[in-house]
Design a protein. Structure first.
Length: 406
């Protein structure tokens, strides 16, 4: 048996649509004919080869043809011309709620979707607990999905699809809805699928959110592939297109506060002269040694080792969040510009008894002073703070130094 190395091979793919010319007096005339219609190519001359086990980011401005490409691969719509070779079983999320029956509950839709993908009732039951846990809204699992928010729709769809044993996964804008906690789960699940040998194509307007996990990115613009290659270069070219088109409705930033949601401006950072590499991130109760248990009633040291070179000032933004992705604290570290590689170590101190007993996750974002994202490290570390102090009996996340002054 021949083992295919390619998951997907696309050759000379074209997709043509027609825009009907309609008049108010004769709205339905020639509705089945293309004689009175303007044609346009949603996709034109697409050639692409995707290896097994790769994560491919598909990026581009609105109307570029990204979603059309996924629909063709998923056989939802046929191509006008060209050849497509797919080696493996496909599972996909193309639109919010697609495939769900609105009057059925989330629980019932799990079984419906599972059966449509060829799973037996026994197989679905074996995955049910995991699906509901990933969905995150167990209290609403018996509620008709027509009452779900868009975020809940996407969570349920993602939880189902990632528990389908497929070879190729297609995701369209799964990061566009839901909170940061859901986005973090998505990234973790994509990495898990990749480690299990799956091939993943993900359409997104937020390339920096998948920057670290992609083998490469494909930039589509006006129905054609403008670039195929490294995520860094693809993202920079995407930003240039956004700036040129003045498309302020698309943000490629994975922001953590309103300040960083500024309109994107053309970056002076180029792929040849900009870099940031985090080599170590550790948390301990000791400056000298790594401690396995982190006590809140002792000083806590956060150590960062990294190298960088930037032509302009940048901020390292350290974020502490709880297990529900509520932000506990955000700390900014300003780095001066440098056009040569600098290796640096920074140690931060959280004084003892500042925090209570709590589980924390740490994330790191590097952005320029315009709030433009350069790179992000999500869920660098998850820790649980413990201690023997009576202060742990106090409710809340932090211990504020509140004193009686009169």
């Amino acid at each position: 048996m021949i083992q295919h190395e390619k998951a997907i091979v696309i050759k000379d793919l074209n997709k043509k649509y027609y825009k009907k010319k309609q008049s108010s007096s004769n709205l339905f005339k020639n509705i089945k004919s293309n004689n009175n219609a303007e044609s346009f190519f949603a996709l034109k001359n697409i050639n692409l080869e995707i290896n097994k086990g790769e994560i491919i980011g598909i990026i581009g401005p609105n109307g570029a043809g990204k979603s059309t490409l996924l629909k063709i691969l998923a056989e939802v719509t046929p191509p006008t011309s060209g050849k497509i070779e797919i080696n493996g079983k496909i599972a996909s999320i193309l639109e919010i709620g697609i495939g769900f029956q609105p009057d059925l509950s989330g629980y019932e839709n799990i079984f419906l979707s599972g059966r449509l993908y060829g799973l037996s009732k026994k197989q679905i039951k074996s995955k049910l607990e995991q699906i509901i846990e990933m969905f995150g809204f167990a209290d609403f699992i018996n509620t008709p999905v027509k009452y779900y928010s868009s975020g809940m729709y996407m969570r349920l769809a993602f939880a189902i699809i990632t528990n389908i044993e497929a070879d190729i996964y297609l995701f369209d804008e799964v990061l566009s809805v839901g909170d940061l906690g859901f986005q973090s789960k998505v990234i973790k699940e994509l990495e898990k699928l990749k480690n299990n040998g799956a091939t993943i194509l993900i359409v997104t307007h937020m390339p920096m959110s998948i920057y670290q996990i992609c083998n490469k990115m494909v930039l589509i613009n006006l129905g054609q592939i403008d670039f195929e290659g490294t995520p860094n270069k693809a993202t920079l070219l995407f930003k240039e297109i956004l700036d040129k088109n003045r498309d302020v409705n698309i943000s490629i930033s994975n922001s953590i506060n309103e300040q960083s949601l500024k309109t994107i401006k053309k970056s002076e950072i180029s792929s040849e002269i900009a870099d940031f590499n985090l080599s170590n991130f550790s948390i301990s109760n000791s400056l000298d040694n790594i401690t396995k248990t982190i006590n809140y009633d002792k000083d806590i040291y956060i150590k960062l080792n990294f190298s960088y070179y930037f032509p302009e000032d940048v901020n390292i933004i350290l974020t502490l969040v709880d297990m529900h992705w509520n932000i506990i604290s955000t700390h900014y570290i300003k780095l001066p510009p440098s056009k040569k590689i600098i290796k640096k170590e920074i140690t931060l101190l959280i004084e003892k008894n500042t925090l209570n007993e709590i589980k924390l996750m740490f994330s790191l974002i590097v952005a320029n002073l315009n709030g433009e994202l350069i790179i992000s490290y999500k869920d660098l570390l998850e820790i649980k703070l413990v201690g023997d102090s009576n202060i742990s009996k106090v409710s809340g996340y932090v211990n504020l130094p509140i004193k009686i002054i009169n």
